[in-house]
Design a protein around this ligand. Structure first.
Ligand code: ZN
Length: 288
């Protein structure tokens, strides 16, 4: 009984309020790990590639920054050489400042830096601004691997990148992919539903049946999982579109609850069924 009380307390707290004290690693391929919070929310999924160099994709919320430095030290006795930010959200770039302090070079799409200049708190402070920015693509050659970083336009935001490790058949999709969770499509930061779907299709076209896909949120995935996510989004949009075509207001669409069939599996704390419906409604009625 003694052990049950703290667990019950932990479960009663909202995820973001749990104090993060440890990171958890999941093997992806030899020398590559997916990193997430072990006992609390650390942010979006992180990829760490270790060897002679340490290469990181995203760095979570601010407390994760110093913990990632410790993790690299523990795994290979080195500091982190490079980090690529997949987009500007604070749960993906929050560790930037701590890493930069430790000598890590920060790479990001041009639009991430532009948007972070308006609010450097997202990246843990001004020190967390990306040092090197790119417009379309950049390739890292690390530990015998090639990591192709490719920008996808107007998708989750207007500064998204996915990272493709061709030789080991791994794709880090960032927030282009919420695995079995309704996706966040950030219309206010340059994202779009059409671009999000096109980005997912591009990942599907790049992948094969054996590709390991690291989503921005949720467990490790395959191309089949991503196809399901795209199918659900496409169908959800069509369901909302049908009601918009009937002249329904946002309130009427919410009342009709066209995504009810998906609620049980895809609704979650951040993107509820209601919020997904509103995003699709906004996207379909923008400018009308
Ligand atoms: Zn995001």
């Amino acid at each position: 009984m003694k052990k049950l009380a703290p667990l019950a307390l932990l479960l009663a707290l909202p995820v973001a309020a749990q104090e993060l004290t440890a990171l958890k690693t999941t093997d992806v391929v030899d020398g590559m790990y997916m990193v997430e919070g072990a006992d609390g929310f650390a942010g979006g999924n992180i990829t760490m590639l270790v060897g002679e160099d340490v290469f990181l994709i995203d760095d979570g919320i601010p407390p994760a920054g110093s913990m990632l430095i410790q993790l690299a030290e523990k795994l290979v006795g080195r500091s982190i050489d490079y980090v690529v930010n997949t987009h500007l959200h604070g749960d993906h770039v929050g560790g930037n400042a701590a890493l930069a302090d430790d000598g890590t070079l920060i790479f990001a799409h041009d639009n991430i830096r532009k948007r972070l200049l308006d609010d450097t708190s997202l990246s843990g402070g001004p020190g967390g601004l990306p040092t090197i920015t790119f417009s379309d693509a950049v390739t890292f050659h690390v530990n015998g691997h090639e990591a192709n970083v490719v920008h996808l336009a107007a998708a989750h935001t207007d500064g998204d990148a996915i990272i493709y490790f061709r030789d080991v058949n791994v794709i880090h999709a960032g927030d282009l992919f919420f695995n079995y969770l309704f996706p966040f499509i950030d219309l206010d930061n340059g994202g779009s539903v059409a671009g999000f779907k096109a980005g997912q299709q591009r990942i599907i076209d790049t992948a094969d049946a054996d590709t390991i896909i690291i989503p921005g949120h949720g467990p490790l995935a395959t191309r089949a999982d991503l196809q399901i996510a795209l199918d659900v989004l496409t169908d959800s949009e069509a369901r909302v579109q049908k009601l918009v075509a009937q002249g329904m207001s946002q309130a009427q669409v919410l009342e009709a609850n066209p995504l009810a069939d998906y609620h049980e599996q895809w609704n979650w704390g951040f993107i509820t069924t209601e919020r997904m419906t509103i995003t699709l409604y906004r996207s379909l009625t923008d400018g009308q």
